[in-house]
Write a protein that binds this ligand. Structure first.
Ligand code: CA
Length: 236
């Protein structure tokens, strides 16, 4: 048995989905422990210290958000929220409470696996990377030089304004993760006001133009309307 497998805590009350996801994760090399309610999730989390949590929000004894908030009080274990709720409000609330990603049911297994890989990789890099001198971010042909505050596509430098650079740098530090509008606004401008979202969207439109977004070309940044932006990662 391989003891180096990533351990995933799957919290889901619907037996069918739990079995399906559990089998799918195990056949892809992960070790899986399960819980069918908030109370069991707390116990399993404390006794197994998983590397990742996949969390359904609609649980029989309490809202999954209760468990999410409890974990985040003391711990940065990555959490992917899995839920039938498709309203933007719920996505934003889960992300703002510290979920790393969000998948709406019904979902494809390939999509879930991609998110699991991405979140595990990002959280591992985040803890190893820090802001070392000479730190660079790379995605396809995009390079960010954090020390020089310069961005290149291929060998060509992309001239961004201070604000545009700050947005891109912030997203890159959370690459693979959907970052909500309000989290970006707080990081870039501080306290939000009425025009903040509009201001962010205008800046993003300029960034995309400068990055030369073309249909069919792999994009660096994904927008989920009403929710936020994600700096993509390479094997999605
Ligand atoms: Ca449920």
């Amino acid at each position: 048995m391989n003891n180096n497998k990533y351990k995933i805590l799957l919290v889901e009350d619907e037996n069918n989905i739990r079995h399906l996801v559990c089998t799918m994760l195990e056949s892809n090399g992960y070790s899986v422990i399960t819980a069918d309610c908030c109370k069991n999730a707390v116990t399993m989390f404390a006794s197994h210290r998983p590397d990742l949590i996949i969390l359904d929000l609609g649980l029989p004894d309490a809202d999954g958000m209760v468990f999410l908030k409890q974990v985040r009080l003391s711990d940065t274990t990555p959490i992917i929220v899995l839920s039938a709720r498709s309203e933007e409000y719920d996505k934003v609330a889960a992300l703002d409470c510290g979920a790393n990603d969000y998948i709406t049911k019904p979902f494809g297994t390939a999509e879930l696996l991609a998110r699991v890989r991405s979140v595990l990789r990002t959280s591992r890099f985040a803890s190893e990377r820090g802001r070392l001198p000479g730190g660079k971010f790379r995605l396809f042909d995009l390079t960010i030089d954090y020390d020089a505050r310069q961005i290149f596509i291929g060998k060509e430098e992309i001239k961004l304004t201070q604000t545009e650079y700050n947005i891109v740098a912030f997203l890159s530090e959370h690459s693979g993760k959907m970052v909500t509008y309000s989290a970006i606004i707080k990081a870039v401008w501080g306290y939000p006001d009425e025009g903040s979202t509009k201001k962010l969207q205008v800046n993003m439109a300029n960034i995309r133009k400068k990055f030369g977004a073309k249909p069919g070309k792999q994009s660096y940044i994904t927008n989920e309307l009403g929710v936020g932006y994600r700096m993509n990662s390479e094997n999605e």
